[in-house]
Design a protein around this ligand. Structure first.
Ligand code: ZN
Ligand code: ZN
Length: 355
């Protein structure tokens, strides 16, 4: 599998003799190596891994298909030395993943090399997941959904947002999550109008909307799911916007299938919310790809018009309505595109429920 990925990357970067990959997720995808520092040198489908002594043993175990180059000086000077030694004249690098200082250092230390900034080459390969990757994503989603049910069962009016986050994170870890997919969002009452609120010491109260956005990780793969629930009975506009978001989400999810333009998924969700008069309260895009990163290609947005869904793509559908100072609702599921439609990886039904 690694050999095939390396071959595909070399084909995707045919304009250069060799390609340097330094971003952690792309490095892991193309090698299996999960350490926090290192770079890959890829040429003609062959990969070499440059890393320091902290990781030599780990690299041997995790990335047996790559040759190991032992790093004995800071990473980028070492990369430059290897490139000089090999006599490459055109070398690609991830233009959106290295600093200006690193790039300037490379130019100075390798004047004979033409450095070519390439973007999205690995990310495009990563959009189509293998059965093994989908299994990891499914496991992460299952852990997160189960953990949320366990955490909610213990929560009552009077609990702090912070307590809910801690309980949920503890349950995810107990169920086998390696870590958190991202900082858990718990937002209640007027704070639910903040799409990315951090859990506060606010106590949840009868009549609140409570939004929780959370994820687990398995083998480096993330889950991403959002629920909005009522704390006791909820009436009026808060209840109405829940129904609108629920309809927008289910309509958009029904369309997720091979061949469908990803921008249309966004359009359907947006039209439903616009039609109910809340268009200006739905500011973010409808979703995003999920994999080794919690946000990756494809972006599910109106301007992603050239991307069509294909079996093996994994994406979220997460419309929301946020009324400043009042309350907000977001519902999010993660889906995998299959041969004849899609399968939902996240497990919690997005129907109205009360704590
Ligand atoms: Zn999320
Ligand atoms: Zn998301």
């Amino acid at each position: 599998m690694i050999a095939e990925r390396l071959k595909n990357l070399s084909q995707a970067c045919a304009e250069v003799e060799a390609m340097i990959i330094s971003s952690p997720e792309n490095r892991r995808y193309l090698s299996g190596f999960s350490g926090s520092s290192g770079a890959l040198l890829i040429h003609d489908g062959v990969g070499e891994l440059i890393t320091d002594s902290r990781y030599w043993e780990q690299a041997g175990m995790e990335a047996p298909e790559l040759e190991l180059i032992q790093q004995r000086q800071p990473l980028w000077p070492q990369v430059a030395a290897v490139v000089r030694e090999r006599g490459y004249r055109t070398v690609g690098f991830e233009v959106d993943k290295i600093s200006v200082a690193t790039w300037q250092g490379l130019l100075q230390s390798t004047p004979q090399v033409k450095w070519v900034g390439l973007s999205e080459r690995v990310e495009r390969l990563r959009m189509l997941k293998t059965a093994e990757e989908i299994r990891h994503l499914g496991q992460a989603a299952q852990i997160a959904s189960t953990a949320l049910e366990r955490a909610l069962a213990r929560m009552r009016p009077g609990c702090e947002e912070h307590e809910i986050a801690v309980e949920l994170e503890w349950q995810m870890r107990k169920l086998g999550s390696e870590g958190l997919s991202f900082d858990t969002i718990v937002a209640s009452g007027p704070r639910s109008a903040l799409p990315h609120a951090r859990p506060s010491r606010r106590r949840i109260m009868e009549g609140d909307l409570l939004t929780i956005d959370f994820g687990a990780t398995v083998a480096g793969y993330h889950s991403d799911e959002t629920v909005t629930v009522g704390v006791g009975e909820v009436h009026g506009q808060a209840r109405d916007i829940f129904d609108v978001v629920c309809l927008a989400q289910s309509r958009a999810m029904e369309q997720v299938a091979g061949g469908f333009p990803v921008s249309e998924v966004d359009r359907i969700a947006r039209e439903t919310i616009d039609g109910a008069g809340y268009g200006s309260y739905f500011g973010h895009s409808t979703g995003h790809g999920v994999g080794l990163e919690v946000h990756e290609a494809p972006l599910v947005a109106l301007h992603s018009s050239d991307v069509r869904l294909e079996p093996g793509m994994v994406l979220t559908v997460e419309p929301g309505i946020y009324l400043p100072g009042k309350f907000g609702v977001r519902l999010e599921d993660t889906l995998v595109v299959t041969g004849d439609g899609s399968e939902r990886l996240t497990k919690i039904e997005k129907v109205w429920r009360e704590l």
